[in-house]
Design a protein around this ligand. Structure first.
Ligand code: PLP
Length: 388
């Protein structure tokens, strides 16, 4: 008999919401190109502009400041540019500073050459080392071009929330620009680009119940914008050319709208389930290490290590029990690499950690199923020091 599956890997991707699916199906039936001036074109344009308002509202931004892209990765490649434009003038950015725990989409450095990128360390608690950032920025000569700093708001592995406002103060003091990857934060914590003090936010639809393959670059203003990455027909005010993916953008807007409404209740539901899971894990296996437990974290994520169990083995064992969770970050090859996040935190990354990540549709009985599997797997593991 097939085992009923439980999906607890929302940080890898969230299931498509009903509202997003409905909006996508409606958009798929629309014949017009959003750039056409006839009625069909205008109807398609209206769908995009509605989605733009909904995505802007999710992050407290102006709709005019939302540029749709094909993914958060594309938005990162667009914004991490050594060349910006202020009207017709060219502005050179001299160096990119990225935190050591960024997602590979940002860590890869966008269009900066490798020798123009500086990594900013985190402390053992997984929070950006603010003194190190201040010292690195102080050592940067602004005559070489403005500094660009990229720090994520919520880490995809640990769920730890970074002190973006404090980081923004440091960055502004040095005349720099701040890019915040808000992919794992949007829809999970209240967001306002102005309150954060960020110049740019990066978003992805598929982490909040929208479709895969659509993201956004959100800017605080419009004066200083990165050189476009995709040039062509001038769509998205010239910031991202190419006929818009109407259905995906419609789905993104619908998901953003749903996630903005009822955020507080949803967060309370998700945090209560995650906290119950963690307490039960610690009572079944008191040696379980839960990373970032004492830090500010989003309520849906638990990143844990069971001594004597390799994360890769653990992931397979959970999968066989019908529970989908992840061993650190999913990489495109499907292989589990050592977590650069754990390494950056000074932890032993060799045996890795497992990530439980849940969402608003997760139920008490899903958590019970997870805990049942956890108890079995914890009982089978090798004594500490003999991870298998
Ligand atoms: N940033 C973070 C923190 C992520 O978790 C992800 C996805 O895993 C991305 C960026 C990339 O998003 P996308 O899949 O839209 O390129």
């Amino acid at each position: 008999m097939a085992v009923e599956r439980i999906y607890l890997d929302w940080n890898a991707t969230a299931p498509l919401m009903g509202a997003a699916r409905d909006a996508m199906l409606e958009a798929l039936a629309m014949p017009g190109n959003p750039s056409s001036v006839h009625a069909e074109g205008r109807a398609a344009r209206a769908v995009i502009e509605k989605a733009r308002r909904d995505v802007a509202h999710l992050v407290g931004a102006e709709p005019a400041h939302v540029t749709f892209t094909a993914s958060a990765t594309e938005a990162a490649n667009q914004v991490l540019s050594p060349v910006y434009r202020m009207g017709k003038s060219r502005v050179a950015l001299g160096r990119l500073f990225v935190s050591a725990i960024e997602h590979p989409a940002v860590r890869a450095g966008g269009r900066f050459a490798a020798d123009q990128v500086t990594e900013v360390p985190v402390t053992r608690s997984g929070v950006l080392d603010l003194d190190a950032l201040s010292a690195q920025l102080a050592a940067h000569d602004p005559a070489d071009g403005l500094p660009l700093v990229a720090v994520m708001l919520v880490n995809n592995e640990t769920g730890i929330i970074q002190p973006i406002q404090e980081i923004a103060t440091i960055v502004k003091k040095c005349g720099g620009l701040l890019v915040v990857d808000a992919v794992q934060a949007a829809g999970r914590i209240p967001l306002s680009i102005a309150e954060l003090g960020a110049d740019f936010l990066i978003l992805s639809a598929h982490k909040l119940g929208g479709p895969k393959g659509v993201g956004a670059l959100v800017s605080r203003g419009e004066t200083l914008m990165p050189e476009p990455l995709v040039r062509g027909g001038g769509q998205e005010k010239g910031h991202r050319a190419g006929t818009e993916n109407l259905a995906a953008i419609a789905g993104f807007g619908a998901a953003a709208r749903e996630m903005t409404a009822g955020l507080v209740e949803r967060t309370a539901h998700v945090s209560a389930l995650r906290d119950r899971a963690e307490q039960a894990m610690l009572s079944v296996a008191p040696d379980t290490v839960i990373y970032g437990r004492g830090e500010a974290r989003v309520g849906n994520t638990s990143f844990f290590h069971l001594p004597g169990l390799k994360a890769e083995t653990g992931q397979i064992a959970f999968d066989l029990e019908g529970v989908a969770l992840s061993a650190g970050a999913a990489c495109s090859s499907g292989k589990v690499g050592a977590s650069h996040v754990l390494t950056a935190m000074g932890e032993d990354a060799a045996t890795g950690a497992l990530r439980l990540s849940i969402g608003p549709d997760t139920t008490e009985s899903d958590i019970d199923r997870f805990l049942g599997a956890f108890a079995k797997i914890a009982a089978r593991r090798k004594p500490a020091g003999q991870a298998a």
